[in-house]
Ligand binder design. Structure first.
Ligand SMILES: NC(=O)CC[C@H](N)C(=O)O
Length: 337
């Protein structure tokens, strides 16, 4: 009977990378003061015995770090492992446990480069498992539920936090002290309640199987850096980043990606020297940058990131620049993904 039940369940692999979901604090009162990336994947799985009712679950420890320390090489390593598993006939879905600080970057990266319609779900937690009212158990349970559900196929890389199913493209960490930390300007795609998914919308942007990018063809990512716009800003950071080898600079601009008059000449000069200039906005949840609004992008040969926040714009620019150095092509890609 048990063997029959196992055969019916989906096979889900949990790739663990660290973060608070694998964190531990000194006491149950420590919801914010603790060490991330302490518990191994087997402990995570053992901590939620109910996973066995959802899927045949096995775990792999891909790395054990806090997500602010994830490098481009780490992204490639994780992306390649996800692709291998997605190609395997005995894998139906993949869950990635991840620190929440750069979870939105990893989710968007995978959304761009994984050529599969199998569910890929990225999940984290805001409180360590040792804290009162820890959120990791339920988030992980929901992630496995979504990853084992056939309905989740072909919807791009997903993020399950706080009972919501979010698009890995749009979602961003918007509050860093609440369990409802992850928001998308365009709203969640669905809800997951008691292990069942309820869907409301689909992503309109290209992703996974419809993407022109493939992790199997990517062996390195170009250096793309971010500089921040604010009152009294100078061009020092922009110039230094370019001098240090940045092939593209993401302008984390004020408002609709506006650029200070003290910075404009340096960016025009850098573009003439071959550095791509990409205007985004650091407005929380709702940056919206349009070409030739605020700055003459056609004349400057700059690119706009549209609704992508600076950290997501960095991910797309890196992936796009594995294929093209043409600013018009880059702009097309920024509209389509
Ligand atoms: N809530 C978290 O996961 C944050 C912990 C850590 N800074 C990380 O991103 O891994």
């Amino acid at each position: 009977k048990e063997a029959e039940q196992q055969q019916k369940l989906a096979n889900v692999v949990i790739l663990a990378t660290g973060g608070t979901i694998a964190g531990a604090g000194a006491s149950a009162a420590n919801s914010a003061t603790y060490q991330a990336a302490k518990l191994g994947v087997d402990k995570l799985i053992a901590g939620v015995p109910e996973l066995a009712t959802l899927a045949n679950v096995r775990g792999e420890q891909v790395m054990q770090i806090a997500s602010e320390s994830i490098s481009n090489d780490d992204l490639l390593k994780l992306g390649k492992r996800v692709a291998e598993l997605a190609d395997s006939k005995d894998v139906d879905g993949i869950v990635i446990t991840h620190g929440t600080d750069t979870l939105e970057e990893t989710a968007y990266f995978l959304n761009l480069v994984e050529k599969t319609d199998k569910p890929i779900v990225v999940v984290g937690s805001m409180r360590p498992g040792t804290a009162m009212s820890a959120d990791g158990m339920l988030n992980l349970y929901n992630a496995v539920a979504v990853a084992s559900d056939k309905q989740s196929r072909g919807k791009g890389v997903l993020v399950t936090m706080n009972d919501e199913i979010q698009s890995g493209r749009d979602v961003s960490k918007s509050v860093n002290i609440k369990t409802e930390a992850f928001k998308s300007a365009w709203g969640p795609m669905g809800m997951v309640v008691e292990g069942k998914s309820y869907w409301f919308r689909l992503p309109a942007k290209r992703h996974t199987v419809n993407s022109e990018f493939d992790i199997k063809q990517i062996s390195a990512l170009p250096q793309v850096d971010i500089a921040y716009g604010y009152g009294n800003v100078t061009d020092t950071a922009y110039k230094a980043l370019a001098q240090n080898g940045a092939k593209a600079l993401i302008h984390a601009g004020t408002g609709n990606g506006s650029v200070s008059s003290r910075v404009v000449p340096a960016l025009q000069e850098l573009r003439k020297n071959g550095v791509q200039i990409i205007r985004s906005s650091h407005v929380n949840q709702g940056g919206f940058v349009l070409r030739n609004a605020e700055q003459p992008d056609d004349k400057n040969d700059w690119v706009v990131a549209h609704d992508l926040n600076p950290q997501k714009a960095r991910i797309l620019a890196m992936v796009a620049m594995t294929k093209t150095q043409d600013s018009k092509e880059l702009q097309r890609i920024f509209w389509e993904y």
